[in-house]
Each structure stands twice: as structure tokens, then as C-alpha cells.
Write a protein that binds this ligand. Structure first.
Ligand code: PLP
Length: 408
């Protein structure tokens, strides 16, 4: 038996929605994208959500919307996927890294010392689908001594009047914090619909708009849609409307729009996400918890509390008392048993592009420790009890082979 790490969920309803799009005569941005935006908005309780072609694009577009540019600083976790940092660098700004807490997410208590008059944005990342401490984050950006450092240089910065919180919610569609869905916690939140995410469009993302007054969500939505389609006043569908062919380009925009053929996959998945696909994931999560709880060497990922609920995007197991090398050996053995696992994430300073720019792993010891002992197990709807059994026994066997001798 071979167990893949994260195959996409494809059923007949998804195939039907895709066929419907193919047969409709319209495959790029059009009615399916609008329907997906509406459904994400409904499920998160927002008025406006704008889809785009990846979370990376969405994050970059929103930093650009806030006027982030050369000389600015953006605070991000050291423990995340590289895209969180690359979007900052694409705009000429500097990613300022913060170490993690013991729940993988950035340690909000370590942010204050990193804030300078150049700080424009904080990008918290809900690692593995576990929500960040949003109350503490907003207390921080609204604290008088933090606000007084803020030096706005664009109209949007002046209107918000503080460091913006741009939630990288790539993993956390369906998660909840303080009884509200993720999507309504950042000033903006960006979901990823990449192929391995809880809901996929193959590639895609959604920008959730949650700005306080005096911003107008509809106005911001229209602007983001325009900027993600070359700054063009009419999308391709509107232009096909006979005599209405004429358009203008009113902003040097980007090409980041989501096609309908992709939206169709996500639309059919999202319809069954809250009541079927998400509970299925959580069931597997709970099965792993029940099993590993009995093993003292197994450090469980954070689990739901009345205040926070994970989207169970990853099951990030940490093994107590092992080295990075032993973790790697365990992965080889688990893989030999037919189970595909993964590591989330290599902290940014371990990657060449960051190391060569002067970021040092020693400065983020908690992130390193989490990474060095971490193994992500398969978690997705459709994993059978037999498969879950193979996963857990392969992990235990690998631990007994590799680690127990030195740890006990
Ligand atoms: C934490 C995090 N942020 C951003 C991204 C980028 O998402 P996308 O592939 O949709 O651009 C990913 C992708 O895996 C991610 O894990």
C-alpha cells in the first residue's frame, strides 16, 4: 500500500462543474470566479472577496495596494513558506523575521522590538491552519507607542494610520478564532487554493477585504480586480459584448486574474467544505491525536480550544529529543514503508536566498527547533482507517529504529 501525501480531492460534482465551464464557451475569468468569490464571502461573513491566480499574487498585490516599496520593512515569521518573504522582496522592501512560539506561529511577544518607523505591515501566518493570536496582534499595532512610530507615506497608509495586518491565511480557510472565521481577522486575509490546500482551484487565491472605516470594501474590491487584470476597465467577458469592445487601461496593473476553469474546481469543493471535507480532515487529525497521545516522545500539534479551531491543513508532528539528522532518517524509513510525509517548513534562514542576504538561523532558535523535529503526516478526506493505521505504525517503527536508543 502506498499513501500519497496530499492528493487533490476530485469527485463527480467537481468534474461536472469543470465540464459545465468547458461547455459554456467561457473558460477565463467570468461567472464561476464571481460565484466562488461570493461563496468565500458567505462562508467567512465578509461583503467582498476578490479571487486571484495564487496567494502569492494576492499578498503581493495587497502590499502594493498599501504602497509598500523600497526602504520599507515588513515583519514576517522566520517559520513560513518562502512566498511570504518573496512578495516583500519583489517590492524592494525588507522582510524582518520574527522567531516562532511553541505553536509554530510567530511569537507576537517578539514583534515589538522589531518595529521601526519603516515598518508598514505585519504578515502573520496561520501555520498548518492554526490561527495566530490576532487579539494580541491588534493590541500591538494599536498601542500608542507603536502607532506613534508609524510614518505613513501613501494615502492608504494615512487613512489606516497604523501598521497593517495582512494575514497569510494560505493554510487556514475554515479555521476560527474567537468564534469568527479566519478571513475576518486581518485587515486583509489571503487564502491559497494551491493544489495541496484544503480547497483547491489547482492554482489560485482569494483576498478577503476587512478594512475598518473609512475604507469602502466595494471600492477596494473593484480596485483590486482592476489591478489584477492589467488595470483594464473591462474584463474579457465584458469586452465580448459586441459594441462594448472599447476599454481603457487606467493603472499599470498586473496579470493575476483567476480563470473560470480553475474557479469551477474550487466552487464545487467549497460547497462541500464546511459540512463534509473539513470535518473529514478534522476526523483524521483527531485519530492521529488519539493515537500519538499515548507516546511520550510525540509532541502533538496545537488542537482546538473554545477560542481557536484549526483548519487541520497539516498534521505537524514533532518528535521529542531527536536531532535534525534523526528526523531525516525517520522520514527515509517512513517513506520506505510506503507513506509519503513532508516537512513544514524549512525556516527561511536555511534557504540560500535568505542566508546569502545575511539572515542567520541562530537568531531564530525556536523556529529551528520546531523544524528540526517536525514531520507532516498525510491528512485529507478519504484516508481510510487502514491507511491511518499504516501511517502511525510506520512513524512508531521509524522512531523505534532511529531515535529511541539515544533518547531513552
Ligand atoms: C504559508 C504560505 N503562504 C503563502 C503560500 C503561497 O500560496 P500560493 O501557492 O497559492 O501562491 C503558501 C503556499 O504553500 C504557504 O504555505
Amino acid at each position: 500500500m502506498k499513501i500519497p501525501f496530499s492528493p487533490p480531492y476530485i469527485d463527480d460534482d467537481i468534474k461536472r462543474e469543470v465540464m459545465d465551464t468547458l461547455e459554456s464557451g467561457w473558460i477565463t475569468s467570468g461567472p464561476k470566479v464571481l460565484a466562488l468569490e461570493k461563496l468565500v464571502a458567505e462562508q467567512t461573513g465578509l461583503t467582498h472577496v476578490a479571487c486571484c491566480n495564487s496567494a502569492t499574487s494576492g499578498l503581493m498585490l495587497l502590499l502594493h495596494w498599501y504602497g509598500v516599496t523600497r526602504g520599507d520593512e515588513v515583519i514576517i515569521p522566520a517559520y513560513t513558506y518562502a512566498a511570504t518573504a518573496l512578495v516583500v522582496m519583489h517590492l524592494g522592501a525588507v522582510p524582518v523575521l520574527v522567531d516562532s512560539g511553541d505553536d509554530f506561529n510567530l511569537d507576537v511577544g517578539k514583534i515589538r522590538e522589531k518595529i521601526t518607523s519603516r515598518t508598514k505591515v505585519i504578515i502573520p501566518v496561520d501555520i498548518a491552519g492554526w490561527p495566530c493570536a490576532y487579539h494580541a496582534l491588534f493590541d500591538l499595532v494599536n498601542a500608542p507607542e507603536v502607532k506613534s512610530k508609524f510614518t505613513p507615506t501613501t494615502e492608504n497608509q494615512r487613512r489606516l494610520g497604523r501598521v497593517m495586518v495582512l494575514s497569510d491565511a494560505a493554510h487556514s480557510l475554515g479555521a476560527r478564532y474567537a468564534n469568527k472565521p479566519i478571513g475576518v481577522w486581518g485587515d486583509f486575509s489571503v487564502f491559497s487554493f494551491h493544489a495541496v490546500k484544503n480547497v483547491t482551484t489547482a492554482e489560485g487565491g482569494a483576498m478577503c477585504i476587512n478594512l475598518p472605516a473609512p475604507f469602502d470594501s466595494l471600492e477596494v474590491y473593484k480596485q483590486l480586480k482592476l489591478w489584477s487584470l492589467n488595470g483594464q476597465t473591462k474584463d474579457a467577458l465584458a469586452k465580448t459584448n459586441g459594441a462594448g469592445w472599447k476599454y481603457d487601461i487606467i493603472y499599470p496593473g498586473f496579470k493575476m486574474n483567476m480563470p473560470d476553469i480553475c474557479a469551477a474546481i474550487g466552487l464545487a469543493q467549497l460547497r462541500k467544505y464546511p459540512n463534509h471535507l473539513l470535518p473529514e480532515r478534522k476526523k483524521i487529525f483527531d485519530q492521529y491525536v488519539d493515537f500519538f497521545r499515548a507516546h511520550v516522545w510525540a509532541e502533538l500539534p496545537p488542537g482546538d480550544t473554545p477560542h481557536r479551531a484549526s483548519s487541520a491543513h497539516l498534521f505537524a508532528l514533532r518528535v521529542r529529543g531527536i536531532s535534525e539528522g534523526q528526523r531525516d532518517e525517520m522520514i527515509v524509513k517512513i517513506t520506505q514503508a510506503g507513506v509519503s510525509v513532508n516537512v513544514h517548513f524549512q525556516p527561511l534562514p536555511l534557504l540560500t536566498v535568505f542566508r546569502t542576504r545575511g539572515y542567520r538561523m541562530e537568531d531564530y532558535p525556536v523556529a529551528y527547533d520546531s523544524y528540526a523535529r517536525e514531520i507532516s503526516l498525510p491528512i485529507y478526506p478519504g484516508l481510510t482507517a487502514e491507511q491511518v493505521h499504516l501511517v502511525v505504525t510506520s512513524v512508531v517503527d521509524a522512531y523505534n529504529d532511529v531515535a529511541s536508543v539515544t533518547v531513552r
